[in-house]
Design a protein around this ligand. Sequence first.
Ligand code: ZN
Length: 360
Amino acid sequence: MKRAVQKAVLRTLGATRLHRLLAPFTAGQGAILTMHRVRPAPTAAFRPNAHLEITPEFLDHQLGWFRTKGVDVVTLDEALARLASSASGRFVVLTLDDGYRDNLEIALPLFERHRVPFTVFVATGYPDRDANPWWMTLEAAIARSGRVAWTASEPVTLPTVTTEEKQNAFNTLAARVESLPEDTQRAAMDDFAVRHGVDVAALVADAFMHWDEVRTLAASPLATIGGHTVNHPALGRLSDRRAREEVVSGADRLEEELGRRPRHFAYPYGYPGKIGERDYRLLAELGFVTAVRTTPGTLTAVSAATPTALPRISLNGYFQEPRYTDVLLSGAPFAASALKRRLSGSRRASRPAPASASSG
Ligand SMILES: [Zn+2]
């Protein structure tokens, strides 16, 4: 339901053009966009991770829209330079998280055709084939089963026959997974996969690039490869030592495989409650030029002062129309909640829209 409300807000802002009135105050100079997968929409009714993918048609259309609207697509470095110089003209930065194979096979040709730069943030456990992306494992287990059993914490058995039951089970178990300590999630999900007949190795090999493919992508003059840790944890839930280890080891692996150390980073999850001030300082201390979150917002000169805590706007699978992007880029939908946060002085986490366990 939350999604329907968000859609209504975007639609109303767009239809009334109210966002255009607010834009001079809320749009900032530009925005960083978050994507994950780019592929033709699967036909299954149960698609709990649909917010994490957009179609090639939408991406193509959106890139053309940027050109006709005079919105420059720039690199993260160029974005920082523009913020520092208060250069005029709207811009966006394209980023894709995790390292999905479709980024190479489907998105790259579109970026090339439109001649726009982009950054892919790779969690190195995926090309190293040492990972269990729990949101995909949960989806696969629930999709193939009539019931699933969770045993790692607050044990529960749930029916998963109808699409509604499957979606409810996904939501319940995603919350269970996310409440586990970061360093025990992997073992719990490996066990869950075995008990439900999910071949995680095959799932990872199917969805994510291996190193040869990451190298092919990195060879594009339009591409930047950024860090995204090794195991895709919520850094804010790790000790100082473990958080540093995840960032440094991920950067080390990228440098070993690609011959270049990453200068940009995306926080897995990346919203309050999952990351925080300690992590922004860590990334700055480790020499990263930028680090991007998933907290929505536009970029202003103020953003340049905190380059390891930059907001991003999701090109979300549920909002695949340029008119929604137009409203999002105006910054208007985020202005009210940002103001509320500022007035209340609250740092409490509010989950990004739509609530998505795996975003980032
Ligand atoms: Zn991620």
